[in-house]
Write a protein that binds this ligand. Structure first.
Ligand code: AMP
Ligand code: MN
Ligand code: MN
Ligand code: MN
Length: 290
């Protein structure tokens, strides 16, 4: 199996890189991309370790971008993680995350909630995010669960909400290309917008030289899968698949738990892109479980 979207504790995943890789191996994944938010720390950490036999790690990242009033996530796959232009962009994104966390901390302190900063400093992560803040609010008894923390405090209508200053789509695509990688829009149907606005987003992403879409991912219904496959083929984009695994808490988002690409876009699968053959071995196994 193949899974090209997953997170470790270098961003908002719960597992250490080695534990993630071991879980992937146990679940029979042969090609795994770790795509932490604005961080490739897990890839650096894993360089020191031999991987389980038969598992191949694809270098990846998930970059947060601002488009109009929305946050759009762009996956970079098959990247050279040491490329300076790319490293500079991740450094800037991580600084934006620290600045935003400081603003959240201030807003919480004004409301009498103290300790966010030291909570964040105690974590192994490199890219601090709102999931970590949600964990803090739950630990301190201010929220019952993650969704509650977002709706009450952290989401765009939440009490402590701070706008994020992310890079643009074009900046993310350019940095990924500078690192030799392919840029794909992550989970395209998770951004709440109308279909006309979504098509405009796709137009702009393609105009910014985006390479493809994550066509199949966790919890996607068949109609959406077909819609995304059609958009992908119609625009001559490449197609990717990924669970967006963060932790073992949600079995429906487990590694490899993704539908196969529809026949219409099988030929456009990213593992048929010429760049794949430069960095990774051929995909000869069944590409997905469902
Ligand atoms: P950040 O990149 O730090 O702004 O955090 C965004 C992440 O928070 C997303 O990738 C989602 O995983 C998660 N998230 C965003 N909105 C919600 C929500 N309403 N409920 C739960 N998780 C959310
Ligand atoms: Mn996440
Ligand atoms: Mn995402
Ligand atoms: Mn993700």
């Amino acid at each position: 199996m193949i899974d090209l979207h997953s997170h470790t504790w270098f961003s908002d995943g719960k597992l250490a890189p080695l534990s993630l890789v071991e879980r992937a191996h146990k679940l029979n994944i042969r090609h795994l991309a770790i795509t932490d938010h604005d961080s490739v720390g897990a890839h650096h950490a894993l360089r020191e370790h031999p991987l389980p036999e038969g598992l191949e790690l694809i270098p990846g990242v998930e970059i947060s971008c601002r488009w109009e009033n929305l946050e759009i996530h762009v996956l970079g796959l098959l990247i050279n993680i040491d490329e300076p232009v790319f490293v500079d962009l991740l450094d800037a994104q991580q600084q934006r995350r620290r600045d935003r966390a400081a603003a959240f901390d201030l807003a919480m302190q004004r409301a009498g909630i103290c300790g966010l900063k030291s909570h964040l400093q105690s974590l192994p992560c490199e890219a601090v995010g709102r999931i970590h803040m949600a964990d803090f609010l739950i630990k301190e008894g201010h929220a019952r669960h993650t969704q509650h923390a977002f709706s009450k405090y952290l989401g765009s209508r939440g009490r402590f909400y701070q706008k994020s200053e992310w890079c643009s789509l074009a900046e993310a695509v350019d940095a990924i290309h500078a690192a030799g990688g392919l840029a794909l829009m992550a989970h395209p149907e998770r951004y709440s917008m109308s279909r006309p606005k979504f098509r405009r987003l796709l137009d702009e992403f393609a105009a910014a030289n985006g390479d493809g879409l994550e066509v199949s991912y966790s919890n996607l219904n068949i109609d959406s899968l077909k819609y995304l496959a059609d958009e992908c083929v119609r625009r001559n984009l490449w197609a990717s698949v990924g669970s967006d695994f963060h932790s073992t808490d949600h079995h429906w988002m487990d590694l490899g738990r993704i539908r196969r690409l529809p026949p219409a876009c099988e030929e456009r699968a990213i593992w048929h892109h010429p760049r794949w053959a430069q960095v990774a071995s051929p995909v000869t196994h069944a590409p997905a479980r469902m």
